[in-house]
Design a protein around this ligand. Structure first.
Ligand SMILES: [Zn+2]
Ligand SMILES: [Zn+2]
Length: 146
């Protein structure tokens, strides 16, 4: 399945579609995401409510199954200053599948920019809901915490 455009929004059906949208957003941002990970709760669930504060560099996902809250990526180091706001889709749903992507400093595995893309589980809208510049060390360790 490929991405489709309806009005001003893009729609997909898989996390691969979400990843494709994240990548094209990151290319436009001149920091191309090269590594990706799909969020999964400890309980195995893959759908979440999402709160973010891009200014502070904080994203919190809340599992729709067990209710566990998780600070994504490097959010734990920034959360004291943050005022996170909940995301809602244009269709008014607020449950999403989340794909994270990072760009790295050239020639290294060190995170340079963090992107969070969502796919709405109701209407299949895909888009990047938050991104911020961060120097957060090793990309694999970072993406293990999304
Ligand atoms: Zn859970
Ligand atoms: Zn939606």
């Amino acid at each position: 399945m490929a991405l489709r455009k309806k009005g001003e929004f893009w729609y997909g059906t898989t996390s691969g579609d979400t990843q494709a949208e994240l990548r094209s957003y990151s290319v436009a941002n001149r920091h191309e995401a090269v590594r990706f990970a799909v969020s999964k709760c400890d309980c195995g669930c893959r759908t979440f409510a999402l709160q973010t504060d891009e200014e502070a560099g904080v994203a919190i996902r809340t599992c729709t199954d067990c209710g566990q809250e998780h600070l994504m990526g490097d959010s734990a180091s920034n959360v004291d200053e943050a005022a996170p706001e909940a995301h809602g889709c244009v269709c008014e749903n607020d449950v999403f599948e989340l794909v994270s992507g990072v760009s790295v400093h050239e020639g290294t595995h060190h995170v340079r920019w963090y992107y969070i893309a969502c796919r709405c589980v109701e209407c299949n809208l895909v888009g990047v809901f938050a991104d911020w510049k961060c120097d957060a060390g090793d990309a694999a360790a970072f993406l293990a915490k999304v």
